[in-house]
Design a protein around this ligand. Structure first.
Ligand SMILES: [Cu+2]
Length: 125
């Protein structure tokens, strides 16, 4: 049995679902396009930084990126930021890291006020 509140919630869920399913219709809504190191890749030696290119400009405030080792410890230099000369790039510097699997975790706010978050791993050999 669905009451009016239930119908309203269902409508909100359907609308939200359609927005998520059709990000290309909302160019200001920031989604990752590609990254360096690439998602799931194995790189030779410790990279100097992790960079993620988004399809829209990011707000510096409320936008974070961290890199963790397999035990969940942050291993980046704590310099996560939106690139000052290109607001579609989220980046963080890395120290010299030993071989292993690393986890990149990001959370961004686009200029249109929409938040997206995600994570991926890469390996250093
Ligand atoms: Cu949006």
């Amino acid at each position: 049995m669905i009451n009016s509140i239930g119908k309203t919630l269902l409508l909100i869920i359907l609308l939200f679902g359609s927005v998520v399913a059709a990000p290309k219709d909302l160019p200001a809504h920031a989604f990752p396009d590609h990254s360096e190191p690439r998602v799931g890749s194995t790189v030779e030696g410790s990279p100097p930084s992790v960079r993620i290119w988004f399809d829209g400009a990011l707000e510096s405030a409320f936008t974070t990126i961290v890199v963790q080792d397999k035990s969940g410890q942050n291993v980046d230099k704590g310099t996560g930021r939106v690139n000052p000369s290109d607001p579609t790039i989220l980046e963080v510097e890395l120290p010299q890291l030993p071989p292993g699997r690393y986890h990149v975790i990001w959370d961004v706010l686009a200029r249109d006020g929409h938040r997206t978050k995600g994570d991926y791993t890469f390996k250093i050999k």
